[in-house]
Write a protein that binds this ligand. Structure first.
Ligand SMILES: N[C@@H](CCC(=O)N[C@@H](CS)C(=O)NCC(=O)O)C(=O)O
Length: 278
Protein backbone atom coordinates (compact mmCIF):
# COMPACT_ATOMS: atom_id res chain seq x y z
CA UNK A 1 0.00 0.00 0.00
CA UNK A 2 2.90 2.38 0.59
CA UNK A 3 4.95 1.48 -2.49
CA UNK A 4 5.61 3.74 -5.48
CA UNK A 5 7.19 3.02 -8.83
CA UNK A 6 10.95 3.71 -9.15
CA UNK A 7 12.22 5.93 -12.02
CA UNK A 8 13.53 2.84 -13.77
CA UNK A 9 10.18 1.17 -13.31
CA UNK A 10 8.43 4.21 -14.78
CA UNK A 11 10.48 4.02 -17.99
CA UNK A 12 9.82 0.32 -18.25
CA UNK A 13 6.07 0.78 -17.76
CA UNK A 14 5.87 3.54 -20.41
CA UNK A 15 7.45 1.11 -22.81
CA UNK A 16 5.30 -1.87 -21.75
CA UNK A 17 1.97 -0.10 -22.21
CA UNK A 18 2.47 0.05 -25.96
CA UNK A 19 1.21 -3.53 -26.01
CA UNK A 20 -1.54 -5.33 -24.14
CA UNK A 21 -4.10 -4.24 -21.61
CA UNK A 22 -2.94 -2.12 -18.68
CA UNK A 23 -4.80 -0.56 -15.81
CA UNK A 24 -3.48 2.29 -13.65
CA UNK A 25 -5.53 2.27 -10.49
CA UNK A 26 -5.63 2.80 -6.75
CA UNK A 27 -6.89 0.27 -4.18
CA UNK A 28 -9.55 2.49 -2.58
CA UNK A 29 -10.68 4.61 -5.52
CA UNK A 30 -14.32 3.83 -6.29
CA UNK A 31 -13.74 4.57 -9.98
CA UNK A 32 -10.85 2.09 -10.01
CA UNK A 33 -13.00 -0.49 -8.22
CA UNK A 34 -15.59 -0.10 -11.00
CA UNK A 35 -13.06 -0.93 -13.70
CA UNK A 36 -11.46 -3.82 -11.80
CA UNK A 37 -14.89 -5.38 -11.25
CA UNK A 38 -15.67 -5.07 -14.95
CA UNK A 39 -12.38 -6.70 -15.99
CA UNK A 40 -12.98 -9.55 -13.55
CA UNK A 41 -16.56 -10.06 -14.77
CA UNK A 42 -15.07 -10.43 -18.25
CA UNK A 43 -12.47 -12.90 -16.98
CA UNK A 44 -9.72 -10.84 -18.59
CA UNK A 45 -5.99 -10.82 -18.04
CA UNK A 46 -4.66 -7.33 -17.45
CA UNK A 47 -1.47 -5.72 -16.26
CA UNK A 48 -1.91 -3.94 -12.97
CA UNK A 49 -0.14 -0.63 -12.30
CA UNK A 50 -1.00 0.64 -8.82
CA UNK A 51 -0.80 4.44 -8.51
CA UNK A 52 -0.45 5.46 -4.90
CA UNK A 53 -2.75 8.43 -4.34
CA UNK A 54 -1.79 8.58 -0.66
CA UNK A 55 1.82 9.22 -1.68
CA UNK A 56 0.76 11.59 -4.49
CA UNK A 57 2.16 9.39 -7.20
CA UNK A 58 -0.47 10.88 -9.50
CA UNK A 59 1.31 14.24 -9.26
CA UNK A 60 4.46 12.91 -10.94
CA UNK A 61 5.32 14.02 -14.47
CA UNK A 62 5.43 10.36 -15.36
CA UNK A 63 1.80 9.66 -14.45
CA UNK A 64 0.55 12.96 -15.84
CA UNK A 65 2.25 12.17 -19.13
CA UNK A 66 -0.03 9.11 -19.32
CA UNK A 67 -3.19 10.89 -18.10
CA UNK A 68 -2.86 14.69 -18.23
CA UNK A 69 -5.84 14.99 -15.84
CA UNK A 70 -3.72 13.18 -13.27
CA UNK A 71 -6.57 10.94 -12.10
CA UNK A 72 -7.11 7.20 -11.83
CA UNK A 73 -8.31 4.92 -13.30
CA UNK A 74 -6.61 4.87 -16.69
CA UNK A 75 -6.87 1.98 -19.10
CA UNK A 76 -4.19 1.66 -21.76
CA UNK A 77 -4.93 -0.80 -24.54
CA UNK A 78 -2.09 -1.37 -27.06
CA UNK A 79 -0.90 2.17 -26.32
CA UNK A 80 -4.34 3.85 -26.56
CA UNK A 81 -5.36 5.66 -23.42
CA UNK A 82 -8.94 5.54 -22.12
CA UNK A 83 -9.97 7.60 -19.10
CA UNK A 84 -13.22 8.10 -17.16
CA UNK A 85 -14.35 4.93 -15.44
CA UNK A 86 -17.78 4.77 -17.07
CA UNK A 87 -16.19 5.16 -20.50
CA UNK A 88 -13.61 2.54 -19.63
CA UNK A 89 -16.21 -0.08 -18.69
CA UNK A 90 -18.11 0.60 -21.92
CA UNK A 91 -14.86 0.32 -23.85
CA UNK A 92 -14.03 -3.01 -22.21
CA UNK A 93 -17.48 -4.35 -23.04
CA UNK A 94 -17.16 -3.23 -26.68
CA UNK A 95 -13.69 -4.69 -27.12
CA UNK A 96 -14.43 -7.95 -25.34
CA UNK A 97 -18.12 -8.70 -25.95
CA UNK A 98 -18.26 -12.02 -24.11
CA UNK A 99 -19.83 -12.31 -21.61
CA UNK A 100 -21.97 -9.36 -22.72
CA UNK A 101 -22.67 -6.72 -20.11
CA UNK A 102 -25.05 -4.59 -22.19
CA UNK A 103 -28.62 -5.46 -23.15
CA UNK A 104 -29.59 -6.16 -26.73
CA UNK A 105 -32.72 -3.98 -27.00
CA UNK A 106 -32.49 -0.26 -27.76
CA UNK A 107 -34.90 0.80 -24.99
CA UNK A 108 -32.98 -1.30 -22.43
CA UNK A 109 -29.82 0.36 -23.62
CA UNK A 110 -31.33 3.79 -23.09
CA UNK A 111 -32.27 2.76 -19.57
CA UNK A 112 -28.76 1.47 -18.94
CA UNK A 113 -27.28 4.75 -20.18
CA UNK A 114 -29.51 6.69 -17.79
CA UNK A 115 -28.52 4.56 -14.80
CA UNK A 116 -24.81 4.79 -15.63
CA UNK A 117 -25.11 8.56 -16.14
CA UNK A 118 -26.69 8.82 -12.68
CA UNK A 119 -23.79 6.87 -11.15
CA UNK A 120 -21.34 9.20 -12.87
CA UNK A 121 -23.29 12.33 -11.92
CA UNK A 122 -22.77 11.80 -8.18
CA UNK A 123 -18.98 11.43 -8.32
CA UNK A 124 -18.31 14.88 -6.88
CA UNK A 125 -20.77 14.23 -4.02
CA UNK A 126 -19.18 10.85 -3.29
CA UNK A 127 -15.77 12.47 -3.31
CA UNK A 128 -16.69 15.21 -0.87
CA UNK A 129 -18.58 12.83 1.43
CA UNK A 130 -15.64 10.40 1.36
CA UNK A 131 -13.26 13.13 2.45
CA UNK A 132 -15.65 14.41 5.10
CA UNK A 133 -16.72 11.11 6.63
CA UNK A 134 -13.88 8.68 5.90
CA UNK A 135 -10.64 10.47 5.06
CA UNK A 136 -10.47 13.01 7.89
CA UNK A 137 -7.45 11.32 9.53
CA UNK A 138 -5.51 12.02 6.33
CA UNK A 139 -6.14 15.76 6.44
CA UNK A 140 -2.91 16.75 8.14
CA UNK A 141 -0.84 14.59 5.80
CA UNK A 142 -2.50 16.27 2.82
CA UNK A 143 -1.85 19.67 4.40
CA UNK A 144 1.81 18.85 4.89
CA UNK A 145 2.32 17.85 1.25
CA UNK A 146 0.00 20.49 -0.23
CA UNK A 147 2.66 22.90 -1.48
CA UNK A 148 4.56 20.19 -3.35
CA UNK A 149 1.31 18.71 -4.66
CA UNK A 150 0.07 22.11 -5.94
CA UNK A 151 3.43 22.79 -7.59
CA UNK A 152 3.45 19.45 -9.36
CA UNK A 153 -0.14 18.58 -10.20
CA UNK A 154 -1.61 20.24 -13.29
CA UNK A 155 -5.28 19.60 -12.51
CA UNK A 156 -6.40 22.89 -10.97
CA UNK A 157 -9.79 21.50 -9.84
CA UNK A 158 -8.10 18.70 -7.94
CA UNK A 159 -5.56 21.07 -6.39
CA UNK A 160 -8.37 23.43 -5.31
CA UNK A 161 -10.27 20.51 -3.77
CA UNK A 162 -7.18 19.33 -1.87
CA UNK A 163 -6.61 22.84 -0.54
CA UNK A 164 -10.17 23.04 0.76
CA UNK A 165 -9.84 19.62 2.36
CA UNK A 166 -6.46 20.39 3.90
CA UNK A 167 -7.75 23.66 5.34
CA UNK A 168 -10.92 22.06 6.69
CA UNK A 169 -13.12 24.31 4.55
CA UNK A 170 -16.03 22.00 3.72
CA UNK A 171 -19.12 23.53 5.28
CA UNK A 172 -21.92 21.62 6.96
CA UNK A 173 -24.39 23.09 4.42
CA UNK A 174 -22.30 21.80 1.57
CA UNK A 175 -22.12 18.33 3.11
CA UNK A 176 -25.86 18.42 3.69
CA UNK A 177 -26.44 19.34 0.03
CA UNK A 178 -24.36 16.37 -1.06
CA UNK A 179 -26.36 14.07 1.20
CA UNK A 180 -29.64 15.49 -0.15
CA UNK A 181 -28.52 14.95 -3.73
CA UNK A 182 -27.50 11.38 -2.88
CA UNK A 183 -30.93 10.67 -1.35
CA UNK A 184 -32.62 12.14 -4.43
CA UNK A 185 -30.65 10.00 -6.86
CA UNK A 186 -30.86 6.85 -4.76
CA UNK A 187 -34.64 7.25 -4.55
CA UNK A 188 -34.68 7.14 -8.35
CA UNK A 189 -32.40 4.15 -8.72
CA UNK A 190 -34.28 2.25 -6.00
CA UNK A 191 -37.40 2.36 -8.18
CA UNK A 192 -35.55 0.70 -11.07
CA UNK A 193 -35.05 -2.29 -8.80
CA UNK A 194 -38.67 -2.93 -7.90
CA UNK A 195 -39.37 -6.63 -8.40
CA UNK A 196 -36.14 -7.34 -10.27
CA UNK A 197 -32.74 -8.66 -9.29
CA UNK A 198 -30.58 -6.35 -11.43
CA UNK A 199 -31.10 -2.87 -12.83
CA UNK A 200 -32.15 -4.19 -16.22
CA UNK A 201 -34.05 -7.28 -15.09
CA UNK A 202 -32.54 -10.75 -14.92
CA UNK A 203 -29.22 -9.89 -16.53
CA UNK A 204 -26.33 -8.37 -14.64
CA UNK A 205 -25.02 -5.38 -16.63
CA UNK A 206 -22.67 -2.39 -16.69
CA UNK A 207 -25.39 -0.43 -14.86
CA UNK A 208 -24.94 -2.69 -11.82
CA UNK A 209 -21.15 -2.36 -12.01
CA UNK A 210 -21.42 1.43 -12.22
CA UNK A 211 -23.51 1.61 -9.03
CA UNK A 212 -22.18 -1.17 -6.77
CA UNK A 213 -18.98 0.71 -5.95
CA UNK A 214 -20.86 3.91 -5.10
CA UNK A 215 -23.21 2.07 -2.77
CA UNK A 216 -20.29 0.29 -1.14
CA UNK A 217 -18.66 3.68 -0.48
CA UNK A 218 -21.85 5.14 1.01
CA UNK A 219 -22.25 2.04 3.15
CA UNK A 220 -18.71 2.49 4.55
CA UNK A 221 -19.60 6.01 5.66
CA UNK A 222 -22.77 4.92 7.42
CA UNK A 223 -25.20 6.46 4.92
CA UNK A 224 -28.80 5.33 5.73
CA UNK A 225 -29.20 2.83 2.91
CA UNK A 226 -31.66 0.71 4.88
CA UNK A 227 -34.34 3.18 3.81
CA UNK A 228 -34.13 1.80 0.29
CA UNK A 229 -35.35 -1.76 0.45
CA UNK A 230 -35.01 -2.69 -3.24
CA UNK A 231 -31.51 -1.30 -3.30
CA UNK A 232 -30.68 -3.23 -0.12
CA UNK A 233 -31.67 -6.56 -1.70
CA UNK A 234 -29.78 -5.71 -4.87
CA UNK A 235 -26.65 -4.81 -2.89
CA UNK A 236 -26.77 -8.17 -1.08
CA UNK A 237 -26.68 -9.85 -4.50
CA UNK A 238 -23.79 -7.64 -5.65
CA UNK A 239 -21.73 -8.60 -2.60
CA UNK A 240 -22.10 -12.27 -3.49
CA UNK A 241 -20.40 -11.83 -6.86
CA UNK A 242 -16.83 -13.01 -7.18
CA UNK A 243 -15.94 -9.79 -8.98
CA UNK A 244 -17.02 -7.76 -5.92
CA UNK A 245 -14.76 -9.84 -3.72
CA UNK A 246 -11.78 -9.85 -6.10
CA UNK A 247 -12.05 -6.35 -7.52
CA UNK A 248 -12.99 -4.53 -4.35
CA UNK A 249 -12.91 -6.43 -1.04
CA UNK A 250 -9.52 -8.04 -1.71
CA UNK A 251 -7.99 -4.56 -2.09
CA UNK A 252 -9.23 -3.37 1.31
CA UNK A 253 -6.80 -4.16 4.15
CA UNK A 254 -8.54 -5.74 7.16
CA UNK A 255 -7.14 -3.22 9.65
CA UNK A 256 -8.43 -0.23 7.69
CA UNK A 257 -11.82 -1.88 7.31
CA UNK A 258 -11.94 -2.45 11.05
CA UNK A 259 -11.23 1.26 11.64
CA UNK A 260 -13.88 2.19 9.07
CA UNK A 261 -16.39 0.03 10.94
CA UNK A 262 -15.79 1.96 14.14
CA UNK A 263 -15.90 5.20 12.19
CA UNK A 264 -19.23 4.19 10.64
CA UNK A 265 -20.72 3.65 14.06
CA UNK A 266 -19.48 7.08 15.19
CA UNK A 267 -20.71 8.81 12.01
CA UNK A 268 -24.15 7.30 12.47
CA UNK A 269 -24.59 8.48 16.01
CA UNK A 270 -22.88 11.84 15.49
CA UNK A 271 -24.48 12.80 12.18
CA UNK A 272 -27.87 11.12 12.51
CA UNK A 273 -29.83 14.21 11.54
CA UNK A 274 -27.49 15.26 8.76
CA UNK A 275 -27.66 11.80 7.16
CA UNK A 276 -31.43 11.88 7.31
CA UNK A 277 -32.05 8.86 9.55
CA UNK A 278 -35.71 8.72 10.46
N1 LIG B 1 -14.88 10.90 -13.52
C1 LIG B 1 -13.64 10.22 -13.30
C2 LIG B 1 -13.18 10.57 -11.92
C3 LIG B 1 -11.75 10.15 -11.67
C4 LIG B 1 -11.32 10.53 -10.26
O1 LIG B 1 -11.75 11.54 -9.71
N2 LIG B 1 -10.46 9.70 -9.71
C5 LIG B 1 -10.04 9.90 -8.35
C6 LIG B 1 -10.08 8.60 -7.58
S1 LIG B 1 -11.74 7.96 -7.54
C7 LIG B 1 -8.63 10.43 -8.30
O2 LIG B 1 -7.79 10.08 -9.10
N3 LIG B 1 -8.37 11.28 -7.29
C8 LIG B 1 -7.09 11.84 -7.03
C9 LIG B 1 -7.03 12.44 -5.65
O3 LIG B 1 -8.03 12.40 -4.93
O4 LIG B 1 -5.98 12.94 -5.31
C10 LIG B 1 -13.83 8.70 -13.49
O5 LIG B 1 -14.97 8.24 -13.40
O6 LIG B 1 -12.85 8.00 -13.75
Amino acid sequence: MFKTVSSRGQIQIKNDIKNGLHLFHFDFSNCSQRVRICLIEKGMDWNSHPVNLLLNEHSTDWFQSINPKGLVPVLVHDGSVVTESVEIIRYIDRMYPSPGLQPEGISDNREMDEIIALADSVQSQIKLLTHYFLAKPQRLLVKRSLKKFSDNHNNSDLVAFKKRFANNEFTVDEVRDCIDKMHKVIRIIDTYLIKQTWFLGDEFSLADIAWMVNIHRLDLMGFPLSRYSNLGLWYQQCKKRESFQQGLVDYEPALIMFLFKINKYINRSKHKKMFGFE
